[in-house]
Design a protein around this ligand. Structure first.
Ligand code: TXA
Ligand code: MG
Length: 326
């Protein structure tokens, strides 16, 4: 694994030659390839085993790169970019023809963000390319927040992994779409909805079905552990001998009922809790438990994104929308 300057230059070369590099962002690790090189992008889909109906986010290092990718930038979108970039916010905008259909899954829009991690920005600047990058995990599974997570799951398939330590935000970017008449929140994430609304006014929130059409990656089951997961307020009383883990927001009232407890933030800080969520899910998932019980995060700040990810992890079945079924 690599993190030195020389390694960034090497990774930039790999990307220019159509390779795939896993790199840290402030949200989660991404699996990057040259966004305008269809053959390179196809490798991402193959490595992740990601269905081709699920479009990718393009990462840029400078606002000037946006011009080459999108047809237009509505004024409220510009205001968001100016306030939150670099940062955990993705904007969905009308695409230019140069953006391959593979990247956008045939949609007339493209999702773009400027990540905040210094190594991500160094890499983007060093290669000078827009990089398509989904989270660096096999499709449907928990996103990686440390280089080791990528190494474990995809280490033998990527050309290089850049190690930037633990991701500070820990949940994926918030996605706001400007495809329709009014801005829509397609995915709650690292930029709180409250702050976005403070900047551009109220966001519309599509229903689950509509959200899946607008943002095909929003399948009901996602971010999933192998171990079944339920919210604490939905858990049945434990059976005799049943092994349970507890994913706890703050201090647990009765830790002795559990085989293992993960406290996400001893002070109840939602930002800290979000940054630790995915790694804690992975640790519990390795313990051969029968069930993971999770506290339900409040629907405020980063709690909204945590609630969304956990809610999806409670779904046991991966539903492929009918229109995409073979
Ligand atoms: O924080 C993040 O956003 C991370 C890091 C690596 O940047 N990336 C990430 O990518 O979460 P991924 O591929 O795991 O999730 C991208 C989401 C998917 O749900 C996809 O459907 C949606 O973005 N998306 C991409 N392009 C879109 C488009 N043109 N219209 C609507 N949704 C889009
Ligand atoms: Mg993902």
């Amino acid at each position: 694994m690599a993190s030195e300057d020389a390694d960034i230059s090497k990774a930039a070369e790999v990307l220019k030659n159509g390779g795939v590099v896993a790199f840290p962002t402030e949200t989660v690790y991404g699996l990057g390839a040259h966004a305008l090189d269809e053959t390179a992008v196809a490798k991402i889909f193959a490595i992740k085993q990601r269905p081709r109906f699920d479009p990718l986010i393009i990462h840029i290092a400078d606002l000037s790169q946006l011009d080459g990718l999108v047809e237009s930038l509505p004024e409220p979108a510009l205001r968001l970019a100016e306030r939150f970039w670099p940062g955990p916010l993705t904007l969905v905008l009308p695409k230019k023809p140069i953006v391959p259909d593979l990247v956008t899954a045939g949609h007339p829009t493209v999702a773009v963000r400027m990540p905040q991690h210094p190594l991500a920005l160094k890499l983007l600047n060093s290669c000078g390319l827009p990089l398509s990058a989904p989270s660096a995990n096999p499709f449907g599974q928990v996103s990686p927040t440390r280089a080791e997570h990528v190494e474990e799951q995809l280490g033998d398939q990527v050309d290089m992994i850049i190690d930037g330590g633990a991701c500070a935000v820990g949940v994926e970017s918030t996605i706001v779409s400007f495809a329709g008449d009014e801005p829509q929140l397609l995915r709650p994430g690292g930029t709180p909805k409250e702050l976005i609304e403070e900047t551009i006014g109220e966001l519309s929130i599509p229903g689950e079905k509509q959200a899946q059409t607008a943002s095909p990656g929003r399948l009901s089951r996602h971010y999933a552990t192998r171990t079944p997961l339920v919210f604490a307020d939905q858990a049945e009383p434990a059976q005799e001998g049943e092994k349970r883990g507890y994913l706890c927001l703050q201090a647990p009232a009765s830790p002795h009922n559990y085989q293992a407890v993960e406290v996400l933030s001893s002070t109840g800080n939602l930002n800290e809790a979000a940054s630790r969520l995915f790694a804690a899910m992975r640790r519990l998932d390795k313990l051969q438990l029968d069930l993971i019980v999770a506290d339900r995060p409040p629907l405020e700040g980063l709690g909204r994104a945590m609630h969304d990810r956990l809610q999806r992890a409670t779904q046991r079945h991966l539903e492929i929308p009918q229109e995409h079924q073979a």
